[in-house]
Design a protein around this ligand. Structure first.
Ligand SMILES: Cc1ncc(COP(=O)(O)O)c(C=O)c1O
Length: 435
């Protein structure tokens, strides 16, 4: 099979209005066999596009349309899709060992990755616990904090997205995701508005009940919210004073997305437990928690591992992660995220200026958002962008926030072409709104 996308630095090129006939056909075949909801049929029975290939910042769909991916594949493709270094590392690992044995038998690539993460993470006396997904990492972090403190309570924020397994879902705020399972969710969660003032935090932490304070340092898919400078440091201080452990979920923000390598770096915060995922694997599924050594001692047992998974620290994913960390450094992608932010901020503000459809623009580094006046407008904008070859996702508690989170390898030419497409999409969305 020869890939058709030979480069990943190209502008959008739409050859048939998406979703094209092949995407529609595959989407209906998928819907015939997969559980509803988790498939490519959208909420309005409008098929999503089916991806055939992706490289760098480009995605090619099965109908031959080429896009610029401003979702970075849910924030995963920081180094771009199918980075050659990542692909080569996976191929080399596949020639040696494809499967390891979770908690029973390690492999050298995993040993190297644990050392690398421990060296990178802004955590004192770091110890790494691998995980298979972001939600699994959140489970591990919450279990670590609750077991280490012996306290039942979790303080979480609104909005927040930490994953949808039962433990992580307790900390996730979105009502629609929680409602069918509300009888089964952890009953000891207290929730404050994101960036709540220190006095409210101190009140919520009073009573020595709370063992884990779990927070996104910048809210990602729940609407892209950047807390005021210093807020995270105040939260960390309040948690420490109350004897609770600070769990920072950098699954979205980690590895450069917001400008510094980790979003906590902006406030100089050193979490007790740091959750990592998404970009870490360069496209392969891997996540991790880096915790303080004393906290991670809760996992020491004489018998079976208390938390593990069949595919824990998967060799291919560990190899991909090591290559990804190399690429982030060698291509100076954290600095690139900052530079993207410097351009995107004023350009988005200019695009949005005077448009009634846009309530606000905000963001930092390579994570930005357009907050629209309604979910309907946001949906139309997503479609209008796609029709112009720019992939974006709507999120936020009411689905009104269109997030912009491109691969950090996005070129200046791709940036310019995408912003032109976004301007056209905004104009078309507003016109449609009037009609
Ligand atoms: C901040 C944050 N935490 C956790 C998760 C869950 O990760 P996963 O989808 O890999 O379970 C996500 C996914 O979007 C996330 O953005």
């Amino acid at each position: 099979v020869t890939a058709r996308l030979a480069r990943g630095d190209l502008a959008p090129a739409i050859v048939t209005p998406p979703p094209g006939p092949r995407s529609r056909q595959l989407a209906s075949e998928l819907a015939a066999n997969e559980a509803p909801g988790v498939n490519t049929l959208g909420a309005h029975d409008e098929p999503a596009i089916v991806w055939a290939e992706a490289l760098g910042a480009n995605v090619l769909d099965v109908d031959g349309n080429r896009y610029v991916d401003w979702t970075a594949g849910f924030g995963v493709a920081a180094v771009g899709h199918r980075h050659p270094r990542v692909v080569a590392a996976v191929a080399a690992q596949a020639a040696r060992l494809v499967h390891g044995l979770g908690d029973v038998a390690a492999h050298p690539t995993r040993v190297a990755l644990a050392a690398r993460l421990a060296a990178l993470a802004p955590v004192d006396s770091p110890r790494v616990h691998f995980a298979v997904s972001g939600a699994d990492a959140v489970e591990i972090a919450l279990k670590s904090a609750l077991a280490a403190t012996g306290r039942p309570g979790i303080l979480a924020f609104d909005p927040a997205y930490h994953g949808v397994t039962l433990g992580a879902l307790a900390a996730t705020s979105r009502h629609e995701l929680r409602r069918p399972f509300e009888h089964h969710l952890h009953p000891h969660v207290r929730r404050l508005a994101y960036a709540a003032p220190p006095s409210a935090i101190e009140r919520a932490l009073a009573g020595d009940e709370v063992g884990a304070v779990v927070v996104e340092p910048v809210v990602g898919r729940e609407g892209v919210l950047v807390p005021p400078p210093g807020w995270l440091a105040e939260l960390a201080a309040a948690a420490r004073a109350a004897g609770a452990l600070l769990v920072v979920d950098e699954i979205f923000t980690g590895f450069g997305r917001t400008g510094p390598r980790f979003a906590v770096d902006r406030d100089g915060v050193r979490p007790d437990l740091l959750c990592l995922g998404k970009a870490l694997g360069g496209g392969l599924p891997i996540a991790a928690v880096v915790g303080r050594r004393e906290v991670m001692e809760v996992w020491r047992t004489a018998g079976e591992a208390l938390h593990t998974a069949t595919f824990l620290a998967h060799p291919l994913a560990c190899a991909a992660a090591l290559a990804t960390l190399d690429v982030l450094e060698e291509e100076r992608l954290v600095a690139r995220a900052r530079a993207l932010g410097d351009t995107l901020g004023p350009r988005l503000a200019a695009l949005a200026g005077g448009r009634a459809a846009v309530v606000a623009t905000r963001g930092v580094g390579a994570l930005w958002a357009l907050e629209l006046a309604s979910a309907g407008i946001a949906r139309r904008l997503v479609d209008a962008c796609r029709a112009r070859g720019v992939l974006v996702l709507a999120g936020g508690p009411e689905g009104r926030v269109v997030a912009l989170a491109p691969p950090l390898v996005l070129t200046d030419a791709q940036l310019a072409a995408s912003l032109a497409a976004l301007a056209g999409a905004l104009a078309a969305t507003e016109t449609a709104d009037v009609v």
